[in-house]
Every structure is written in C-alpha cells, then in structure tokens.
Design a protein around this ligand. Sequence first.
Ligand code: FAD
Length: 416
Amino acid sequence: MTVKLTIIGSGPGGYVAAIRAAQKGMQVTVLEDSEVGGACLNRGCIPTKTLIASAEALERTRHAADFGIEVTGEVTYNLAKIRERKDKVVSTQIKGIRGLFKSWGVALIEGRGSLLSPDVVRAVQKDGITMDVKSDKVIIATGSRPAAIPGIPFDGERIISSDDAVRLMKIPKRLLIIGAGVIGSEFAFIYRALGAEVTLVELLPRALSTEDEEMSEIIEREFKKSKIKLMTDVKVERVEKTGDMVVTSLSGGKQITTEMVLVSIGRSINSDNLGLEMIGVDRGRRGELIVNEKMETTVPGIYAIGDVTGKFMLAHVASRQGLTAVENILGNEEKMDYTVVPSGIFTMPEVGSVGLREKQAVEQGIKYRVGRFPYRALGKAHAMGEITGLVKVIVDGATDKVLGMHVCGAHATDMV
Ligand code: FAD
C-alpha cells in the first residue's frame, strides 16, 4: 500500500524529506504558506551568503593594489544590482525545488496547514479555499522566525529583523545591531563593507559565544580592524523611535542613536496555530516540538524536523532530520546523532567548527591535547593575501581521536 505523507513547511527540512519520500515511493503532499525553500532559501542562508559574496568582492577590489592590480577611479557599488543578483540566485533555487517536486510527483499546496486530527491536515489556500488532506503520516517542518525583544516590535524600516536586513533596501549611515551571535556578526560585516558605521551590542561577554573562545577572539579583532564597534556585557533597556532616528538605551546609562536597529537576538519557533494541543503533540518551554531520536513527536505517526524541534538551528541539520524521519516512516530504524554537527559562520573571515569546543572538553573532564596552526605560517595563505586565521584541533590525549576542529580564516567553512 502506498504511504500517504503530508509535510507542513518546505524549508531545507521539509523539501528534502519530500523528495526523498517520493523517491522511496510515497505519495507526498507539501503545504507551504510562503515560498518553497523556507527561511534558508528566501530570508536566511542563501541571501546572506549572496550578500557576503558581494561584500567580499567589494573589499577585494578596494585592496586590489595589494595584488598589483590598478583600479582607476573610486571603487563604488550599486545597491540595486547587488539586490538583483541576490534575488536571481534565490529565484533560480526556488525554480530548482519546484522542478524537483514536479519531476518526483510531489504535490504542492500553497497554503497554511494545521492538523484537524492525527491523520487529517487542513490546508487554507492563499485564495481562502480549504482542502483537507488525508494522511497516513505527517511531518511538521514549520521552522522558525526572527525573535523580537518583548515590547519592541519590528517595523521593517527602522527597527528591523534579519528578514528585513536581507532585503537591503537601504544602507543606513549608522546601524546598531543587537546580538553578536552568528546572524548579527554576519550582517555587521556586510553592512560595514557597504559603508554603514556599525555598532554591535551583546549581552554575553563575547561575540559568537557558541564558538571556541579563540575563534571569537579572532573575529573580535577583525571587528576592530574593520571599525565595527563591539560592546559586550551590555543589556538593551529600551529602544525608542524619535523623529527619523532610533535611540537605544543600554544598561549603565549609555544611549546610542542610529538610523536603524537590527535585532538579532535569536529565533522564535513556528508551532502556534497548528492544532497541536487538540491532538496532544507536546511542546517544550520555547514552543519547540518534543521529538525522540527517530524524529517522532509524542503522537504516533506525527514527526517533526528542523528548527521547529529547537535543536541545532542549521539547514543541514533540518535536512538530515528530514531524511531520518523518512527512513523511520519506511520502517528502517534510524536515529539522529548530534555529536558531529559542523557549522559555518560567514563572517569576514569565516569560522567553521565541528565537535567539542575546548571549554567543553575542560568541563567534561576529558584529557585532551590541542594542535594549533596559524594561517600566517602557511605559504598559500600569504599567496592569497589571507594571513589572518587559525586552525585548532582538539584531540583525545590518550587516543589522538579528533574531538573538535575549529577554523577561523579563508575557506574555513569548506575545510571543516
Ligand atoms: P524553515 O526554513 O524555517 O522553513 C519552514 C517553512 O514552513 C517556511 O517556508 C514557512 O513559511 C513554512 N510554514 C510555517 N508554518 C506553516 C504552516 N502552518 N503551513 C504551511 N507552511 C508553513 N543555516 C545554515 O546551516 N547555514 C547558514 O549559513 C545559515 N544562515 C542563516 C542566515 C540567516 C539570516 C537565518 C535567519 C538563518 C540561517 N540559517 C543557516 C538557519 C537556517 O535557515 C534554518 O536552520 C533552516 O531554514 C531551518 O529549516 P526548516 O526546514 O526547519 O524551516
């Protein structure tokens, strides 16, 4: 009997699961209330990486003389063309996913989905018409959205989220970024390269606090070199719009006035209005769907994958969870293993990491050794003009097994 699978959400979790399930012979329906590809393709990974490519091209051209290249006249950029390029990259990928759905026979319903019962998903289509889809199995892959500071809503123009920042409608003279995590740090380099004076404020003692401390140190030095001002250990007390400006009040009494504030303090989970309470799918404190290693929720036949599970909010983790859910639906026991999840941060330079941070090795009482190799000791780094950076490997003191690898520098994410 053909398994009928319905997937709510078509981000890197949902669309990868859909294609694999269709390849394995299931009858697959995907519901998407925005655009295929989810946050990653439309508002996240791909647009930011496209903008970073433009920012890097600009920086390289500015420093062309270092390579013996003479650029006559001032190096400038065209914001509309950068935006156009980004939109083209995104739309090509959207066409690719839509094409794959078509060739594998995945039915796409463009509308909002919710569960009426464990085996019926209701779709409210964009034209208001509803459709009930009978399903043997359901995968919830509804992702996440930018978190706002309580009481300080986004207005899309002056108090913006990453969704607005990728649209790149204008480059403010001065930009304040609240949160020096992955997203805030990537945008700091993009907007700085495009000419904004950028200040980053961070509640914790360092930028990129989830990374190994030595990687944060390098990026903090690069902020300084790029004239990006970083303030750590500060809390934002208030953000107020006055005239054309935004005044942000910080703990300690300092105020910062900028044309724009980008709030990048984390992600909120998309698990409301899905009918979950009614059918008994349990959620955690942040609204994340509780799943086991097989990606099963607390209701048999209903799976959840990606950001909505609140684990590692990374595109490739969402995809891997999607494949795991499909294998389990097929009856092949497969479990998620999060011990070796690589991550890439596309700052300038990049940070790539996998496995244990040194601090975690200390906390876990592991006897370890550290190997370090600075980029400036490498001939190729000099040839490329990219001598900033460090490769750090953490190995088990007794067995030499690699426990963690951290790279900050050119091509760091590729290497990891
Ligand atoms: P999403 O991509 O969020 O997709 C969920 C989809 O479900 C959305 O299209 C949404 O509209 C739809 N949906 C929600 N509710 C419903 C409903 N009720 N009915 C129908 N459809 C619904 N990760 C990386 O690995 N590398 C990176 O470089 C990277 N860069 C990032 C940069 C930024 C600025 C951001 C914001 C994120 C970045 N991420 C990156 C994270 C990555 O985008 C997410 O981890 C990934 O998109 C999660 O995939 P998902 O399938 O769980 O959900």
